[in-house]
Design a protein around this ligand. Structure first.
Ligand SMILES: Cc1ccc2c(c1)c1c3c(c(C)cc1n2CCCN)C(=O)NC3=O
Length: 269
């Protein structure tokens, strides 16, 4: 059982505004008293007892911490410190000020394929790194792809929220139904053993989006999608080939992150 710092987090960090919240608890801006450096604090409510449905099991928090401690990469949010009290664990993590990639793209008039490739390469390098350590994120979606600083000419990608991440042991089957409907892979919906390939199921503009979650899930399992002209008329054939090689139902046939980095759309000859 991992031991986190038992000191009061507020003795070391001034707690600031809420940046976001989710199933786990809240993310708040924090200021390190000794250095004046700004970080983010992920406040995770712990389950009070085994029968409670509220809060997180301590074991799942330990898993997230252990995974973050082994993932030091320029495109993955860094973990700095961990505090715990009776009711919560606080992860002190890198403050990522550039907002979500999704919003950055939405605010732009247009995004060229070259600009898209520049972002995609960073995401793929981070995913290839975590997969090289047999760690899968299992919740890669636009909200979890952020920018360190969106005011620079070439913004830097930071992947966040490893709350559903898992270290996969070769030969050990891992199933889960967690994830976000419009972005989860067919093998998750079918409750089949999962691998790093579940992270490679294209997320972003989901071509499977249905009227509701049930329809979306049916579209995914049935591989019912189309490159609607209103979105893809200006998309190159190479880009569509890249997408099609990711939207493959059989996880074994789907491109890996390393294979994506060698695809001619990403790495022209
Ligand atoms: C400036 C800002 C604004 C919102 C933030 C964050 C930072 C943020 C951060 C993190 C997470 C898990 C969620 C976060 N959120 C919530 C939204 C994330 N999709 C994080 O790990 N570092 C952040 O800065």
């Amino acid at each position: 059982m991992s031991q986190f710092k038992l000191q009061n987090v507020e003795d070391y960090y001034e707690i600031g505004e809420v940046l976001g919240s989710g199933h786990f608890g809240q993310v708040r801006a924090v200021l390190e008293r000794a250095s004046g450096v700004r970080w983010a604090g992920k406040f995770l409510k712990l389950r009070r007892n085994a029968s409670s449905r509220l809060g997180l099991e301590r074991l799942s928090v330990e898993r997230e911490v252990e995974i973050l401690q082994s993932l030091q990469h320029p495109n993955i949010m860094a973990l700095r410190d961990v505090f715990e009290s009776r009711a919560e664990v606080v992860l002190i993590v890198e403050l990522i000020c550039g907002g979500e990639l999704f919003d950055f793209i939405a605010e732009k008039e247009s995004l060229s394929e070259d600009e898209a490739i520049e972002f995609l390469k960073q995401i793929l390098k981070g995913v290839a790194f975590m997969h090289s350590k047999h760690i899968a994120h299992f919740d890669l979606k636009p909200e979890n792809i952020m920018l360190a600083d969106k005011t620079v000419p070439h913004p830097h990608i930071k992947m966040i929220d490893f709350g559903l991440a898992h270290r996969l042991t070769p030969g050990e089957e891992y199933m889960s139904l967690s994830g976000t409907p419009q972005y989860i892979a067919p093998e998750v919906i079918n409750y089949e053993p999962l691998s790093e390939a579940a992270d490679m199921w294209l997320s972003g503009l989901s071509p499977f989006q249905g009227e509701n979650d049930e329809e979306t899930l049916k579209n995914i399992v049935g591989m019912i999608y189309e490159f609607e002209d209103i979105y893809f008329s200006q998309t190159s054939a190479m880009a569509k080939d890249f997408i099609e090689k990711l939207l493959i139902k059989d996880a074994v046939e789907r491109m890996t992150a390393e294979e994506c980095l060698l695809h001619p759309w990403i790495k022209p000859l």
